[in-house]
Ligand binder design. Structure first.
Ligand code: NOJ
Length: 730
């Protein structure tokens, strides 16, 4: 098959004109025409700075026409589209490509299917808190089934960007702060999206992004510089992308940012030496939107022509929407400033993917009937609900009753009357979170919808009606956090605490004396020290997807037992960002004494540590042991469900290299297991940690595993662990 593909590529290349080759590298988004006199970007700005309302924006968009540049398409000058997600349009454009262009090369359609297409599942950050690769794969699979039915061949996902800084809005799109988890999450998504074979009509190519280290943007400000030691890049960021490539991802998107001064879009070392050379990647690379043109703003190219040359030579195959290749490559090749072989290599990558996707044999992989049948099957909605339940993290569950004894507030008893507060509790459109562009508002179940359908007695309140609503309610629900447009791309925040109005509301609710449960909707860790101290219960719901309301009530009323654990640290103040569990000790670890590494005005410890999450039952750990078994250590620990409810505990295993040539993190996650435990049941959990995994990059960038003491930790979060030491001798 491979040689067949390579022969076909060779034969096509020999027939293609320069324009046709360049066309294969051009990815267009449909541009909007008519309906308004300003550009789309200006219109977006107008909405964001409040000159027009969101409703007015939506109305204008609804009346705009899309321009698919069909003349260019017929002339063979377009190879792929981005952002078209309906079978009728896809097939109409595909027909032009296949029947009306000189060589009949089919189009490739890419789309941001980030956490579901129509059946929107939790945002990736939320879903990562399930710590369950099979679940991640299954939701990836249903996303592919729906998206391919709408004509999509490639998703711009997974995002494998490790994100340690909660200010960065795109924390929501990945699996949090840990490199192992991001790699496992990304690999599971690749398997889910691509299925058994890319040639199947329900498989879409995964485009791993944003390569590399986009999540390390300075100060958490989106698109900002990334200045990292090579050791940290190799240890803490790159392995997550590598796992995705090893899982078979056929596409990679270079990141917007620079790394140590060289933008990823023009970074030969990154895209050629490392990705294609060392890692052996032979798929396609797709620039991020407009990123090739932006090499000029980065100050790495004098003009568009230089940008085009730099990007192509660095190994960027497809130009997403900047049209820089279209404008400049012909002249560059004709003037011999750019060897045609460089262009041919990129075109080959694009053709290869189209062949692998079976597009030459089956250019029309769907139709409107399949599209209609494929969406939101009952089993997909059931999976979305399961994923949402498993994503949610119970952060607090205590109630101060009149006898000053602490008791759990949750689960609520059947018949509990709720007073519901907070702007998003009844907003269906807010349930999905960032990047849910295929979702429809009426697909979503809000908290209020779920109360109605279950016959739960509730009243919807606001700041002015606190007293009267509280008087008729047993428990108050404060639905707080972020709107969906407050996380995601271009949504960095300089302050990640709850807005003043939400704190005021929470205080008023607490003053009523009624128990208050906070339900958080958000796309990043938030600084919530007040809520953490005063609320009776806190459920972190993230942006849970279309089954949001049902999943929240499943947990609040105890039909489901919470199992999720944080994959990000919750700091107590924004000024502590970046705050993450795998930090180093420093020479003066933060402590009571003044001259230690800490802030004067914030605690040293986070509000909630990485790996943390409560349940409706409790677990006790005992008997940790570590034993060398050949090339690995086996770590054993006993876990007991001490409560009276069945549950599932996410048991985590960390390691620390106590003394090394370079300072090492105080803990690094090495393994985990989700263990079902019946009430009263105890199990021994065993982890295998390969000795090879205990190493790091030394000053000269050699990967070494040093003899000496290692401490293994096991527990239910990164803070509260049992530990055992071993002495490693090679
Ligand atoms: C920009 C974003 O950075 C990227 O994640 C996304 O896939 C593209 N736009 C396409 O929408």
């Amino acid at each position: 098959m491979q040689t067949e593909h390579e022969q076909k590529i060779k034969s096509l290349l020999s027939q293609m004109t320069l324009e046709e080759k360049i066309g294969q590298l051009r990815q267009c988004g449909p541009s909007l025409v008519g309906a308004f006199e300003v550009s789309f970007e200006e219109l977006l700005d107008m909405m964001f700075d409040g000159r027009i309302s969101k409703e007015e924006f939506d109305r204008l968009m609804g009346t705009a026409k899309q321009d698919f540049r069909e003349d260019d398409l017929k002339a063979g000058k377009i190879g792929s589209y981005n952002g078209i997600g309906d079978a009728a349009t896809v097939n109409r454009l595909q027909k032009i490509a296949v029947e009306e262009t000189r060589l009949g090369i089919p189009l490739l359609f890419g789309y941001d299917v980030i956490h579901g297409f129509r059946t929107v599942t939790p945002i990736p950050l939320g879903e990562s808190c399930a710590w369950e690769p099979q679940l991640w794969e299954k939701t990836g699979r249903i996303a592919a089934k729906e998206a391919t039915a709408a004509g999509i061949h490639m998703t711009f996902a997974p995002m494998a960007d490790v994100a340690k800084d909660a200010r960065w809005g795109r924390v929501s799109e990945g699996a949090g702060e840990d490199v192992l988890l991001n790699g496992m999450y990304g690999a599971a998504k690749v398997r889910g999206f691509q299925g058994d074979s890319l040639a199947n009509d329900d498989a879409m190519a995964a485009c791993v992004k944003h390569f590399a280290a986009y999540g390390a943007a300075e100060a958490g400000r989106d698109y900002n510089r990334v200045d990292l030691s090579m050791q940290r890049l190799y240890e803490e960021y790159l392995p997550a992308y590598k796992s995705c490539i090893e899982a078979g991802a056929r596409a990679v998107m270079p990141a917007f940012n620079d790394i140590n001064g060289v933008p990823c879009t023009a970074n030969q070392w990154l895209l050629m030496d490392l990705l294609r050379g060392k890692w052996g990647f032979d798929g396609v690379t797709v620039s991020d939107a407009n990123a090739i043109a932006e090499c000029v703003s980065h100050g790495i190219a004098a003009d568009q022509k230089e940008a085009a040359k730099l990007a192509l030579c660095a190994g960027v195959d497809i130009d997403m929407t900047s049209d820089t290749y279209t404008a400049c490559l012909k002249e560059l090749v004709e003037s011999k400033e750019l060897p045609e072989e460089v262009l041919d290599r990129a075109v080959s990558d694009v053709l290869r993917l189209k062949l692998e996707l079976g597009l030459f044999d089956h250019p029309y992989q769907t139709d409107e009937e399949r599209e209609k049948q494929a969406m939101q099957k009952p089993e997909y909605r059931a999976l979305a609900r399961e994923a949402a339940v498993k994503s949610m993290v119970l952060l607090k569950n205590k109630k101060q009753d009149s006898k000053a004894q602490e008791q759990a507030l949750l689960p609520l008893a059947v018949g509990t009357k709720l007073g519901i507060f907070g702007a998003v509790a009844d907003k269906r459109g807010e349930m999905t979170g960032a990047w849910a562009i295929g979702a429809e508002e009426n697909d979503c179940v809000s908290i209020v919808d779920a109360c109605k359908s279950r016959g739960i007695s509730y009243q919807l309140g606001n700041e002015d009606t606190v007293q009267e609503v509280a008087a008729g309610s047993d428990v108050l629900l404060a639905v707080l956090g972020e709107r969906k447009d407050e996380s995601g791309e271009a949504a960095s925040r300089a302050d990640i605490s709850l807005p003043a109005a939400q704190i005021t509301l929470l205080k008023k609710l607490l003053e009523t004396g009624r128990p208050v449960a906070v339900v958080l909707f958000n796309g990043r860790p938030l600084a919530i020290p007040f809520a953490a101290e005063r609320a009776d219960a806190i459920l972190e719901a993230w942006h849970p997807g279309i089954e949001a309301g049902n999943a929240v009530l499943d947990i609040l009323f105890g039909e489901a037992c919470p199992t999720g654990k944080l994959t990000v640290t919750f700091p107590s103040a924004t000024g502590q960002c970046p705050m993450y569990y795998a930090h180093i000790n420093t020479g003066r670890p933060g402590g009571k004494s003044k001259f230690t590494s800490k802030y004067l005005d914030a605690p040293t410890e986070p509000v909630y540590p990485f790996g943390y999450g409560l349940s409706y039952t409790e677990y006790a750990y005992s008997d940790i042991q570590a034993q060398r078994t050949g090339d690995a250590y086996e770590i054993r620990v006993k876990v007991k469900n001490c409560g009276d409810r069945d549950g599932e505990e996410i048991v985590q295993c960390y390691v620390q290299d106590v003394a090394a040539k370079r300072v090492r993190p105080v803990k690094q996650l090495k393994a985990f297991e989700k263990v079902p435990l019946k009430a009263g049941e105890e199990k021994e959990v065993r982890f295998q940690v390969q000795i090879q995994e205990l190493g790091y990059y030394d000053w000269d960038m050699h990967y070494i595993v040093e003899p000496g003491e290692f401490v293994f930790y096991a527990g239910g979060n990164s803070r509260d662990c049992l530990h055992v030491s071993v002495t490693y001798k090679p």
